[in-house]
Every structure is written in structure tokens, then in C-alpha cells.
Design a protein around this ligand. Structure first.
Ligand SMILES: [Zn+2]
Length: 138
């Protein structure tokens, strides 16, 4: 396996994939921060209104908003974790290599989905552990 242990470039100053991943990662981190703030606000406002959720229509709306924001936050965090793993793969020199079959993932796919670790065939087949279903394989 090709190894490049003396890679001095930090993510961000390298060309190609890590720059792309870094930009995506930045975006994902902002999303996580924004959703976290939003979630906190919903929790706060739900503490201000009556706790009688079952009979209060506003309580139901807040519960819905809260569940929705929590779901968005989960997927934003999953995306961030995916991108972190991608950066790790760039450092290890395995980025762009399918984690399931070992074949090349392909530039087009990596450009569209910088955090994917499956080639298009494996993603379609749903091979591998699929740690983040739906994120890497739209
Ligand atoms: Zn594959």
C-alpha cells in the first residue's frame, strides 16, 4: 500500500481533496453551531411556556420544532464526522479509495460528495458497514 508518512502539509494548504474537504467541513461546522443555537433557543422557549404539552397546541408545535431541529443537528454532526474521517484518510493516503472494494471512487463522485468512502457501485449495493446511511449515498 502506498504510504507517505512524511506529509508535512496540514489540511488546508494541500491541493485538491483536503482543500475541498476543509471547505465542506467549515460549512458543516457552521451548520452544527447554528443548529445548536437554534435547538437551545427552542428548549429555552419551551421552558417559558406552559409545560402542559398535551393540551397546549403551542407545546405540540415546539415539540415538533425541537424534534425537527434535533434531527437536522444529528445529520449535520454526522456530516462533520464524515468529513473528519475523510481528512484522516487524506493523511493516510487512502482518500479516494473505496472502503468496501478498494477500487477508485472517481473524481466526479468525490467532487459531488467529498466525504464519501464508497465508489458508486458499492454505494448502490449498500456494501460495507454503512455507518452513515443516507449521508454518503444519496
Ligand atoms: Zn467500491
Amino acid at each position: 500500500m502506498p504510504s507517505n508518512p512524511s506529509n508535512p502539509s496540514a489540511p488546508g494548504d494541500a491541493t485538491g481533496p483536503s482543500r475541498r474537504i476543509d471547505a465542506e467541513r467549515c460549512d458543516a461546522a457552521e451548520q452544527v453551531a447554528a443548529l445548536t443555537r437554534e435547538f437551545d433557543q427552542i428548549v429555552e422557549s419551551s421552558e417559558l411556556v406552559s409545560t402542559d404539552d398535551e393540551h397546549d397546541p403551542e407545546g405540540a408545535t415546539i415539540a415538533y420544532e425541537r424534534a425537527k431541529t434535533a434531527a437536522l443537528l444529528r445529520s449535520a454532526r454526522a456530516r462533520l464526522a464524515d468529513l473528519d474521517r475523510s481528512l484522516e484518510r487524506v493523511r493516510q493516503g487512502t482518500y479516494g479509495q473505496c472502503a468496501a472494494c478498494g477500487g477508485p471512487i472517481g473524481d466526479d463522485r468525490l467532487e459531488a460528495l467529498p466525504s464519501t468512502d464508497r465508489c458508486v457501485d458499492c454505494a448502490a449495493r449498500g456494501r460495507g458497514s454503512a455507518a452513515t446511511p443516507g449521508v454518503a449515498a444519496p
